[in-house]
Design a protein around this ligand. Structure first.
Ligand code: ADP
Ligand code: MG
Length: 629
């Protein structure tokens, strides 16, 4: 299948869209508002037995943290952390606010000095949080304490912004929304695809369903990986979290199921691995549901299987995809190269994210995989489009062929009936004519001189009628009585002599230009009959100042004879009907001339084709095999 211009344009558009989307969402918004970034803060662990709701004093075991070294992981025996942030004077803003884009913690309380100013609680286990709160206007620097309760990680993981509250809130909406929209639309697409799977037959259905599930689960992952829904709709946090986990358990086995058969080659081991992989992910699926039902007691197992074991497995799987897609791209056809590219980009982006995550421990926020997903979907769309267009083209050519075939059958049937009829009539008529001729001759011998003339005329007319019938029989029972070498120059000039009076009657000119030494094999009288028919048609089509030109030349192993007139011409439909019995546009026409002509030329192993344009004229082109010396 060809990569058409359309598909490459589509690819380009997708790529540009993805890049702009991510550039807009990740970079530009940051420079939009005047803000004071705070890149340092200090923390103090909260021990299990410590009394609640008491702002700590600034003396004691505070550790300093910076944006380059946020260290959010919680040590054992600790339930959370106090974060102390030094706020600069805030008089330069109408209504100042504070925002931390990436912030870990389940339950958060914020104190300005000793006053509680903000509180948020989570009943679901998503530690990735976001902090956005208004501050009071103060002319001096002040202290802000944030009390965070969490399990694995707690504290800021990105720059703390102080600025105009409205622009900070605007910024955080703008940053999170594209992910949610993109995720929701991909998930929606997956859902629709899943619903459409009913239209497919069983063979196509399984891979289609796999593809729909891939789209659905990546869409959900994308949307729920964003902090936006958790912050804006904390009520659905728990079910959303469950959905996120379950999507993870669905995505990777289906991806494996979908991708492996695409790669050409018989990977028996990989298929077996796929079986175990399915089992493992199914187990995790059930475990996730159980954890959501039971809660704390099985948290350890939940985390062990769905995080510590699953993450390296996913990494291995993606690396496997990368290797396979590279191998495949080198040996496959264009289709699988496109697909391999998509899978390669997806796997590469996933691996990049995972590796960055492991290297930087906690700083890295998964990001590249989204680009990978969009690239993969783009390649799938390209494939789908090229397949649809190829199918459509095939359908079109089939229907054209069918139509042509039908026409030929119709034509052949008509000709068959006609030739049967002609043969029987000609036979029946010729016999009594021969008998009559014999008696006429007998009578003529016995009669006087004057009657003899009349008898002679009658016999001549009978002979003429018989000749016409014989001619007609050539169509019914076409046999070339004698085949000789025909000298085209000589034969066509004879025809010119016969026809020139008829041309003159129609106020036309006949020009014949035939070089010497052009020979074909055939029967001269049949040849004459065929060409006289063609020239007669040309003459009958002439209008004023008619010119008919006959040229002949040799082309490789064939001889081409062209009869060209500047008569009224024909349209496409008429040309298609030429040679059909009874097709005539003339009041006195029989519509048999060309039918016989086609037959005669075919018998001499030649071909006849017409080119014509209404009002301009017609070219009849006859080709015969060139006779050897
Ligand atoms: P007839 O001459 O009896 O009509 P033919 O089989 O010889 O039957 O031709 C069929 C039809 O093809 C003609 O009626 C005419 O419409 C068209 N035709 C054939 N040759 C020409 C030509 N040179 N120029 C215009 N029309 C032509
Ligand atoms: Mg004719």
């Amino acid at each position: 299948m060809k990569i058409t211009r359309f598909t490459s344009v589509l690819l380009l558009v997708c790529a540009t869209a993805v890049i702009t989307l991510f550039l807009i969402s990740s970079k530009s918004a940051l420079t939009d508002f005047p803000e004071t970034p705070i890149k340092e803060w200090s923390v103090r662990w909260i021990q299990e037995d410590e009394p609640k709701q008491q702002t700590p004093s600034l003396t004691g075991s505070w550790q300093s943290r910076t944006i380059d070294n946020p260290q959010t992981a919680i040590p054992d025996g600790v339930v959370g952390v106090w974060v102390h942030i030094q706020i600069p004077p805030t008089t330069q803003w109408m209504s100042p606010g504070l925002m931390v884009d990436r912030f870990y913690g389940l339950n958060i309380s914020v104190y300005e000095g000793n006053r509680l100013v903000y509180q948020s609680k989570r009943d679901f286990y998503v530690e990735q949080n976001h902090l956005l709160l208004p501050l009071s206007i103060k002319s001096d620097a002040s202290d802000l304490f944030v009390r965070i309760e969490s399990k694995r990680q707690a504290g800021p993981n990105s720059v703390i912004h102080i600025g105009e509250f409205s622009s900070l809130s605007n910024y955080s909406d703008r940053r999170e929304l594209p992910d949610v929209l993109l995720g929701a639309s991909i998930a929606f697409l997956g859902l629709i695809m899943l619903l459409c799977s009913g239209y497919l037959n069983r063979k196509q259905r399984s891979s289609w369903i796999a593809l729909s599930l891939i789209a659905l689960s990546t869409g959900i992952l994308m949307g729920s990986y964003s902090a936006f829904p958790f912050i804006s709709y904390p009520g659905i946090g728990k079910p959303l979290m469950l959905l996120f986990d379950l999507s993870m358990d669905v995505l990777f086995p289906t991806l494996y199921y979908f991708v492996i058969p695409i790669f050409e080659g018989d990977y028996v081991i990989l298929k077996k691995v796929g079986f175990w992989l399915n089992g493992y992910f199914a187990f995790c699926f059930i475990l996730t549901i159980l954890y959501n039902l039971i809660g704390e007691p099985i948290f350890f197992y939940y985390q062990l299987f769905t995080l510590w074991i699953m993450a390296p497995m996913i990494l291995l799987q993606l690396v496997l995809f990368i290797i396979l897609s590279i191998i495949n791209a080198f040996k496959g056809n264009k289709d699988s190269v496109i697909l391999s590219t998509g899978i390669f980009l997806l796997a590469l982006s996933g691996v990049t994210d995972l590796v960055l995550y492991f290297i930087s421990k906690e700083r890295h926020i998964f990001f590249y995989w989204k680009i990978g997903v969009v690239c993969m979907i783009a390649t799938l769309i390209v494939l789908l489009a090229s397949r649809i267009s190829a199918d459509y083209k095939r359908l079109l050519s089939y229907s054209k062929e069918l139509e042509l075939h039908n026409r030929q059958i119709q034509k052949a049937e008509k000709i068959k009936i006609l030739s049967d009829l002609a043969a029987s009539i000609a036979h029946e008529v010729r016999n009594p004519m021969q008998v009559t001729r014999g008696f006429l001759q007998l009578l003529s011998n016995k009669s006087d001189a004057e009657s003899k003339v009349h008898f002679k005329m009658a016999i001549n007319e009978l002979d003429r009628a018989s000749a016409i019938i014989t001619d007609f029989l050539t169509f019914a029972k076409p046999e070339l009585d004698t085949v000789v070498r025909i000298d085209l120059r000589q034969e066509l000039s004879t025809i010119e002599t016969i026809m020139c009076s008829m041309v003159a009657m129609h106020q036309g000119v006949l020009r014949v230009r035939v070089p010497e030494n052009l020979h074909i094999l055939g029967n001269p009288s049949k040849f004459k009959q065929a060409f006289i028919n063609l020239i007669k048609n040309s003459i009958e089509s002439l209008r004023d100042e008619g010119i008919i030109e006959i040229d002949a030349w040799a082309e490789a192993n064939t001889v081409v004879i062209r009869i060209k007139d500047n008569g009224e011409g024909m349209c496409e439909d008429q040309i298609a009907k030429l040679g059909e019995p009874y097709f005539s546009t003339k009041t006195k026409g029989t519509g048999l001339g060309l039918m016989v002509t086609f037959r005669l030329i075919e018998l001499m192993k030649g071909t006849l084709e017409f080119r014509s344009a209404i009002g301009k004229g017609t070219e009849a082109i006859v080709r015969f095999p060139l006779a050897e010396e």
